[in-house]
Unconditional design. Structure first.
Length: 57
């Protein structure tokens, strides 16, 4: 999610809902050394609004 004047925090650091894109979530996992074991993403669900991940620290 872009950081703007009205939304000045990273998506995972907001005082309200933690909305993010799938790309934001993958970047967060990479940044925090969280391993993504599996995910349900494929081209059939290109416009889906939900991603399911199996992760481990």
């Amino acid at each position: 999610m872009p950081i703007t004047k009205n939304l000045p925090n990273e998506w995972y650091n907001t005082p309200n809902l933690h909305m993010c894109t799938i790309k934001d979530f993958v970047n967060y996992c990479n940044k925090k050394n969280i391993k993504i074991n599996s995910k349900n993403l494929n081209y059939k669900n290109l416009f889906s609004q939900l991603g399911i991940f199996v992760i481990e620290k």
